[in-house]
Design a protein around this ligand. Structure first.
Ligand SMILES: Nc1ncnc2c1ncn2[C@@H]1O[C@H](COP(=O)(O)OP(=O)(O)OP(=O)(O)O)[C@@H](O)[C@H]1O
Length: 519
């Protein structure tokens, strides 16, 4: 039998005060798809960063194709045939597909004096063709959908000779259709002898797309199993070490008056084009209003306008009875608006601050933490400790900087901080993105507890099962418009998919309006 494509032997990686990987073994056979699963902070990204040469292990050996390797940088890993596709793409948007794919490795002509553009185009087209990728090498990257951009990243790795492809949560930003396409790409690649390792939090995707799965817990490998031999429930238990319930219990709630509303809202994007085109919506106290849609159909701009990050070009925003259209963000927070942003690193946290400081963000003027501009740091620290404990943020250290936390733990901290404000209205944008199953369950429970307590919740999510199970009414956004408001319980996945694609399927069940006031 040939040597495995990847063989990690007793990899240990320590950071100050943390053992991120603790003698982890991982064997991945050539031509297979291997999933890496584990709670937030379990050490998945760290292990892959070791394999990709971004980190040097404290101890242990990396063996590729039977050959022991020591990578000092990703350059070494790429030379050994290991490529990595990060969650945040590293493409140059104004450039073409071809320019991006060959970037840094351009074929040359005239004795190396000039880039051979024609050859570059031909090579990229041939590569795309070989793996069945439907891409136009002359297209500009910024005009492509997220799924297409991801395929360009994969092409880039293949162009550099990758035999092993590592993908960090590749499905987090994709629509259900794009996820299917990506899994099709996985098949093409493995048929051609490539090896794929992907990190995921979605159990159903792991069992669908992977041949084998390895579960990490607290930095250790707790088991590698073939996906044919394991159920979602068993995997969840391996991850968290306890039973995880998948049912969301949503008790009936008596709704109150309007907690959050938008009227005829028009919002322009960064290029001055209308991204939100006359949206009307009302969220009652005690109601979860979900918004489903393919990313990039105006959801982000809508959320920006509601939270005060972007001034609308027309229309009004209301928090309770108050018109807050022109109110600064700070005032909206003071008036009871909590916000879980889509981009947690840019808008949810200050990455270089520690958790005590991050726990204060938005509450600096709250008398709970001081007066006359002086902050009582003991109280601020106690507050951060409460969030850490309640939301199981790891490491449980108020002095840890936000940037030293894993992505999912950063998210849990933001959610904890925002929910602790006891808000009148919550705007939650992809609140469980990158969060492990145990924590997803917890965040869902807390969202429903807020609903129970009479908070108006606007939930934007690209996870259809999430918006369907939590929402009382579900709006679908397409091309800047709220094209329909449907009953999340009875609408079918197919109807939703069509609405999200801008079509008008028949017999869509309309949502029943229960909110007070006119609708
Ligand atoms: N650069 C760093 N400095 C200090 N600690 C770090 C650093 N990178 C990761 N860690 C710590 O190592 C542990 C593992 O983190 P890692 O990002 O590998 O987890 P993960 O399994 O990928 O989590 P998630 O699912 O949340 O992305 C965590 O405790 C994290 O706080």
């Amino acid at each position: 039998m040939s040597a495995p494509a990847v063989d990690l032997r007793r990899i240990t990686k320590r950071f100050p005060g943390v053992i991120a990987n603790d003698e982890v073994d991982l064997t991945v056979e050539r031509g297979s798809v291997h999933a890496l699963l584990g709670e937030n902070g379990a050490g998945k990204t760290t292990l892959m960063n070791v394999l990709y040469g971004l980190y040097q292990p404290t101890a242990g050996t990396v063996v590729i194709d039977g050959e022991e390797r020591a990578f000092d940088s990703p350059r070494d890993a790429i030379d050994a045939g290991v490529g990595m596709i990060h969650q945040h793409f590293m493409l140059v948007e104004p450039m073409t597909v071809t320019q991006n794919v060959v970037l840094g490795n351009e074929p040359r002509k005239w004795g190396g004096l000039a880039v051979d553009r024609q050859r570059a185009r031909e090579e990229v087209a041939a590569l795309a063709d070989r793996y069945g990728f439907d891409v136009d090498p002359t297209a500009t990257v910024e005009d492509l959908s997220v799924g297409e951009q991801q395929r360009i990243e994969i092409l880039k790795a293949l162009y550099r000779g990758a035999d092993v492809l590592i993908l960090d949560e590749p499905t987090a930003v994709l629509t259900p259709q794009e996820v299917e396409e990506l899994f099709g790409v996985f098949e093409e690649l493995t048929d051609a002898g490539k090896t794929i390792i992907f990190i995921s939090h979605k159990l159903s995707e792991v069992t669908t797309a992977a041949d084998e799965v390895t579960v990490l817990r607290d930095g250790k490998n707790v088991g590698s199993v073939e996906t044919d031999d394991v159920t979602d429930t068993e995997l969840a238990e391996m991850m968290v070490g306890r039973e995880v319930l998948f049912d969301t219990d949503k008790p009936p709630v008596e709704v109150g008056s309007i907690g959050l509303a938008a009227r005829d809202l028009v919002v322009e994007d960064d290029r001055g084009v209308s991204a939100v085109d006359g949206v009307d919506l009302q969220v009652a106290e005690g109601e979860v209003f979900g918004i489903a849609g393919v990313d990039g159909n105006g959801q982000s701009e809508l959320v920006d306008a509601l939270t005060g990050l972007r001034a609308p070009a027309a229309g009004r925003v209301y928090l309770g009875d108050a018109d807050v259209t022109d109110a600064p963000r700070r005032q909206r927070i003071d008036d009871g608006m909590a916000f879980i942003p889509e981009d947690r690193q840019a808008r949810g946290l200050v990455m270089s601050y520690d958790l005590t400081e991050n726990g204060l963000l938005g509450s600096q003027r709250d008398p709970q933490f001081g007066s006359a501009g002086r902050i009582r740091w003991d109280d601020a620290e106690a507050h951060a400790e409460e969030i850490i404990e309640e939301y199981d943020v790891r490491p449980a250290d108020t002095e840890a900087s936000a940037e030293s936390l894993s992505g999912g733990n950063q998210q849990k901290f933001i959610v904890g901080r925002e929910f602790a404000r006891d808000p009148e209205a919550v705007i939650a944008s992809h609140p469980t993105r990158g969060v492990d199953v145990g924590s997803v369950e917890f965040i869902h429970e807390r969202l429903l507890a807020l609903r129970q307590a009479g908070t108006a919740v606007l939930l934007v999510s690209s996870k259809l099962d999430e918006v369907r199970s939590l929402s009382d009414r579900l709006g679908v956004m397409h091309d800047g418009e709220l094209v329909d408001v449907v009953d999340p319980e009875t609408v079918t996945e197919e109807q939703l998919g069509l609405l999200m694609a801008g079509e008008r399927p028949p017999d869509v069940p309309r949502a029943v309006t229960r909110a007070g006031g006119d609708q």
